[in-house]
Design a protein around this ligand. Structure first.
Ligand code: AMP
Ligand code: ZN
Length: 112
């Protein structure tokens, strides 16, 4: 058991709607979607936050971005594009301290 919600999903102890998986990365639907397509991309290895990342974490975080590309292509957004958000720390609005990239697509085209 783990007290990290996303490690629980990775261990298949917590339910999730999984969209993508490889050896380093898991991606699943956000339970409270803020866009028509809202997927969270997480490294399988627990890294709490970009604010705590070490040099050795750079590869798995880069793998999260490659997963975003794969998800974008699989879901038909390779041309239209999408947004990737990473919330960092309390004032960055980070609620879950297992680093994750929000993949948001299919909604508004503006910034923010
Ligand atoms: P943040 O840490 O600000 O990037 O926000 C965490 C995000 O994770 C929010 O968008 C939540 O809706 C989402 N979330 C929290 N718990 C789960 C879960 N068990 N499964 C899927 N999404 C979750
Ligand atoms: Zn974790």
């Amino acid at each position: 058991m783990t007290d990290c919600a996303f490690c629980g999903i990775i261990a298949r102890e917590n339910p999730a709607d999984i969209e993508y998986e490889d050896d380093a990365v898991l991606a699943f639907k956000d339970i409270y979607p803020k866009a028509p397509v809202h997927i969270l991309i997480v490294p399988k290895r627990h890294v709490p936050s970009v604010m705590a990342m070490e040099r050795e974490d750079a590869e798995v975080l880069g793998r999260c971005l490659l997963a975003a590309r794969a998800i974008g292509e699989a879901k038909g957004f390779a041309e239209r594009g999408y947004r990737l958000h990473v919330h960092c720390g309390p004032e960055g609005g980070q609620l879950v301290y297992h680093v994750h990239v929000h993949f948001l697509a299919g909604g508004r085209t503006g910034r923010g």
